[in-house]
Ligand binder design. Sequence first.
Ligand SMILES: Cc1cc2nc3c(=O)[nH]c(=O)nc-3n(C[C@H](O)[C@H](O)[C@H](O)COP(=O)(O)OP(=O)(O)OC[C@H]3O[C@@H](n4cnc5c(N)ncnc54)[C@H](O)[C@@H]3O)c2cc1C
Length: 384
Amino acid sequence: MLERGEVANSWRGERWDSLRLLTPNWQSRLPGYPYRGTDPDGFMTMPEVIAHISGFAAASAAPVRTHTTVTRLWRSDSGYCVATDAGEIECRSVVLANGAANVPVVPELRQALPASIDSVTAFDYHSPERLPSGGVLVVGASATGVQLADEIQRSGRQVILSVGEHVRLPRRYRGRDVLWWMEHSGVWSQRYDEIDDLERARRLPSPQLVGTPERGTLDLNRLRGAGVEIVGRLAAVRDGRALFSGGLANMFALADLKMERLLDTFDAWAGTGAPDVPVGPSERFEPTRAPTSPRLSMDLRSGEIRSVVWATGFRPDYRWLDIPVLNHKGALRHDGGVVSEAPGLYAIGLPVLRRRKSTFIVGAEDDARDVVAHLACYLAKVGG
Ligand SMILES: Cc1cc2nc3c(=O)[nH]c(=O)nc-3n(C[C@H](O)[C@H](O)[C@H](O)COP(=O)(O)OP(=O)(O)OC[C@H]3O[C@@H](n4cnc5c(N)ncnc54)[C@H](O)[C@@H]3O)c2cc1C
């Protein structure tokens, strides 16, 4: 196992200071390594995540070579050749486990921002205090965007949150964490080959969720109540003005509808008597309130905002992959983690790789079992 930094590298250097997991502690189990602490319903801070993953690495005696960066991977006569900053390795098979979120995705229109505006991504952002004083435009309202908008607004700065397509979820439903429902109802284990529109499922934004000791919901109604101004999707930056899409009411109605459909699925499952613990009565939540006349443009030179925080997603970095297995959008072509165009090449940890939970910590075990089973057959066939 080659790791360019330390074990749990992404949790050490690529996350903001206050971040906690949005998955509850009991759900941070790794193969043969459950959460053993005293707060199963709590949410880990970054030092706790690092300790948990490092503990797993030690317990499993994983042969990790830290501080070894892969700089190129290509096919060789016997399989694959891996160039690293510590020498070359020949191997029959390779599993790409470099993560789904190596680099922030930032729209091109970042280039058009006036020079007076500071621009940071979720990778550069640490805390509100390190932003210049003044208003902040947060672009993107998925897990990262809503969490950052909330903490920046609480710090006393005015936040304007630009909202595109998003996934709304309550933190708790019928007395249980919503991720308890996702896991136990089987929604999270739905297999990739059972999903009608897999491409779309793989592009779905992360849910609007936060892990806090209060276990509260962090949706757009909560943010508006806290004073955050909601605007539409950032469509363009022209002549120093930011232009936002209209149609917020429709977008909110769609997100509410999708949430209700998911809650219907949970209710149907609960109706079969399947839950082995008591659950509360069915609930429905207030629709997302759309602002009556959200503004459609903003003068970025007026001094109203001093910084833009891009919470517009992440993607893997494959610059070192010298095998033509990426599509025109730079995504890996694979079937459940098996890269058929390059026998012996596998991937893990990508969105809905084999199940809806594939990019979550709890998703690693089932996916790894399947991918490794295929890999073992391959090696047996080629005589690895
Ligand atoms: C902001 C944020 C919050 C998240 N919150 C949660 C959460 O609450 N709960 C949850 O379950 N999941 C969460 N996730 C998803 C989380 O990233 C995954 O659950 C988990 O980290 C996936 O593990 P991984 O090993 O596949 O990828 P990563 O953790 O990204 O690990 C990939 C590793 O590969 C290394 N690497 C990359 N390129 C190279 C190279 N060229 N050479 C050598 N090494 C390399 C990296 O240094 C890194 O250590 C979150 C993700 C983000 C971005």
